[in-house]
Design a protein around this ligand. Structure first.
Ligand code: SAM
Length: 275
């Protein structure tokens, strides 16, 4: 009998790495869990200004991590379900919901399992900040979103702009990092081997490997349109919740280009409706 070395599943590798970071994130100042426990929202002003009224709406949060934004949406009156493939994240989300006495449902699964695990009658599907690079197939993603929504239901996405990917990221200043070193058009996955976590870079993770798929803005919009969603807006933004181009400066919840430096689209948001 021939023994075959099995190829690691890139999604499973990502899940193991996301499992590793959950406790670190819950206890990090990056995620501001103490502020959330005191009653503050974890949602940033951009999302809050664009999400619209969620009160009384049945809302599905895809890739909810440990549920901080999901629970903040529940505090705004939404009936929330959060889905994530990290069992540790879902356990932490349930614990945080119980501790803060917020009604919420959390389910463990991959994005494409959402219709079966969470349901297909949502008024709103929400997903934000650092979600699409983990998904190899945007056609499947958009079809999943459409399946989960009721007819007339809304979809909202806030995400880092793919153009930030093309720049240098090891120089000291923002202007030096504006040098283009990567193609905008990349076939995935890109494999990374990095034990550091973005929220607590000093901590070394057990699972180093991650796999990311870079998607262009055109791919995202086309996938949504072809899944039967009508785009209400596509906004591009000059600020983002992480410093996608090193040298961006922090102003409140966002990172922006330094004063006088060229401002680029570093984030975008989409609102769409199932027709
Ligand atoms: C950057 S985080 C989510 C963003 C959220 N705004 C936050 O920071 O709390 C990305 C999340 O996607 C989840 N994830 C990655 N790939 C997934 C997949 N294929 N199915 C479901 N969840 C996935 C990870 O477990 C992680 O919780």
């Amino acid at each position: 009998m021939t023994a075959y070395k099995s190829t690691p599943d890139p999604i499973e590798q990502n899940r193991a790495r996301w499992d590793d970071v959950v406790d670190i994130h819950v206890n990090s100042s990056f995620y501001r869990v103490a502020e959330f426990r005191r009653g503050e929202t974890s949602l940033d002003p951009l999302v809050l200004s664009e999400i619209g009224d969620v009160a009384g709406q049945k809302l599905l949060h895809l890739q909810c991590h440990f549920g901080l934004d999901t629970l903040s949406l529940a505090r705004l009156g939404a009936h929330v379900t959060g889905l994530d493939f990290s069992g540790k994240a879902i356990a932490a989300a349930r614990a945080l919901a119980a501790e803060t006495d917020i009604a919420a449902r959390f389910v463990e699964g991959r994005v494409e399992q959402a219709p079966g695990l969470a349901g297909t009658d949502f008024d709103i599907v929400f997903t934000s900040w650092g979600v699409l690079v983990w998904l190899p197939d945007l056609t499947l993603w958009a079809q999943t979103v459409a399946k989960c929504l009721k007819p007339g239901g809304r979809f909202y996405l806030a995400e880092g702009h793919p153009v930030t990917w093309i720049f240098e990221d090891r120089k000291d200043t923002y202007r030096e990092n504006l040098n283009v070193v990567r193609s905008y058009f990349l076939d995935g996955p890109q494999h990374w081997d990095d034990p550091r976590d973005y929220a607590e870079p000093s901590v070394s993770l057990n699972h180093h490997t991650s796999n990311e798929w870079q998607h262009t803005l055109g791919e995202v919009v086309t996938a949504l349109a072809q899944a039967g969603l009508r785009i209400d807006f596509l906004h591009e933004h000059d600020k983002l919740v992480w410093p996608a181009i090193p040298g961006m400066e922090r102003k409140d919840r966002f990172f922006e280009a330094p004063e006088g430096a060229p401002r680029l689209p570093v984030a975008y948001s989409i609102s769409a409706r199932k027709v």
